[in-house]
Ligand binder design. Sequence first.
Ligand SMILES: Nc1ncnc2c1ncn2[C@@H]1O[C@H](COP(=O)(O)OP(=O)(O)OP(=O)(O)O)[C@@H](O)[C@H]1O
Ligand SMILES: [Mg+2]
Length: 502
Amino acid sequence: MTRDAPATVLRVTGLTKGFFGVPVLQDVALELRAGEVHGLVGENGAGKSTLMKLLAGVHQRDAGTVELDGRPVEFSHPTQAHVAGLSTVFQEFNLLPERTVAENVYLGREPRRGPLVDRRAMNAQTTELLAQLGIDSIRATAAVGTLSVAQQQIVEIAKAISYDARIISMDEPTAALAGAEVELLYGIVRRLKERGTAILYVSHRLKEIFDLCDTITVLKDGRVVDTRPSRELDDAALVRLMVGRPISAYFPDELPGTAPGEDLLEISGAGNEQLDSITLTLRGGEIVGLAGLQGSGRTELVEAVFGAQPFTRGRMRLDGTAYAPTSPRQAVKRRVALITEDRKAQGLSLNQSILDNALGVIRSVFPGRTAAARAATPGALASLEVAARDLDQEVQYLSGGNQQKVVLAKWLAIDPRVVLLDEPTRGIDVGAKVAVYRLMRQLAAEGKAILMVSSELPEVLGMSGRVLVMRDGRIAGELPAGATEEQVLQLATGARTGEAAS
Ligand SMILES: Nc1ncnc2c1ncn2[C@@H]1O[C@H](COP(=O)(O)OP(=O)(O)OP(=O)(O)O)[C@@H](O)[C@H]1O
Ligand SMILES: [Mg+2]
């Protein structure tokens, strides 16, 4: 082992960027070393994605220098950055779904034999790249569109290493992943690190930042607040740097006067292709957690209640009358809302204004109530702390986390009776998470029933009055408030209580 610090591969100084005269990054300095995983954290809109896009050549900087291996570089297109050894895995992938994995990896620089693409070589090289990442479950000849989000991400990473990237930046790479897939990504990051690749890693999940990163840089309002070795920080210290104040009561207490009221939603003996024997009751004023492993049926359950993948057996009652939605529209008519983390599927219209998006559902389902909702929207967005210049701004210019808050506002505009939440805090920063938790408490105090799916156990346990745990499309059991993560996992995996782990 040598005690010399590994070589600096990327040095950024004085980096400055504004959009429409509004400064987004100011005088940012950053250094990445070979084999270092460097976390980049900050609130929604702090400028993390913009920094990555500047490094990748998607946007051009207004001022500052970027040096790769000591040489100044200026990229006007991501391909130039790729070729120079700097690759970026954006949250929204740039893959062509109808093409194969190998075609995507080697797009535009396919190995050739004479005038023809040498498919055999291309496939073999792709398989080899995937093997370097420890992956043998993705075929080079599979169409990218048939792969899971996690697998597509791996294809992006394979593409990065095919360019022999010495620097890979990843923008919220686990935002769409869960459980085993997150582990897979961890493994890949560690492998890249061993190869000496420098990694710039953006995430809102502090656990991940501490698990993976050697160094952490905190951005706030476009400026670097601090860069520190991660071992010098803990959750509380990091949050204070990000938010500028300590956050007390991460999971806020129930509001006074909240009490489970009458039964709002009753499901009995319901099922469909993915679900079976679903029986549960949600009362007004309660927050119920829905835990379980990836694929256990949590999302399918909330989608069935929302009419997106209807139940084909059993029955539901809402507010005492029969409820059997066969489309989300019917569910919305009964004032049931489903808020998921998937902004694209939620149909945010990126080139429309914040206001138009926030009014999207109410306009189409309850047109008569649009005017009232319009009047309430600025307040609703402000309470979610949406950081935007004005409500006429197009949603595409908002940061990812702020887009998510617009999704919340859009569903809350219908004044739902039952609020189904599927991973509601993915991609949103710590401060905003606490705002969402407070909002959930508020909704409960107003007598709404809340069912929340989350893969983050501390969140489920911290917010729920009781937790339903799913396994194999059924409800495996129910736990009261105060249950432990271990109890949830036992139910989720079917491990028998008291059995020694061996
Ligand atoms: N193309 C653009 N045009 C105008 N403004 C933009 C553009 N891209 C980003 N911004 C603004 O720059 C700021 C920083 O956004 P950025 O996406 O870098 O934040 P972020 O730190 O990645 O946030 P998040 O955690 O929510 O993803 C935001 O105020 C955003 O609205
Ligand atoms: Mg971002």
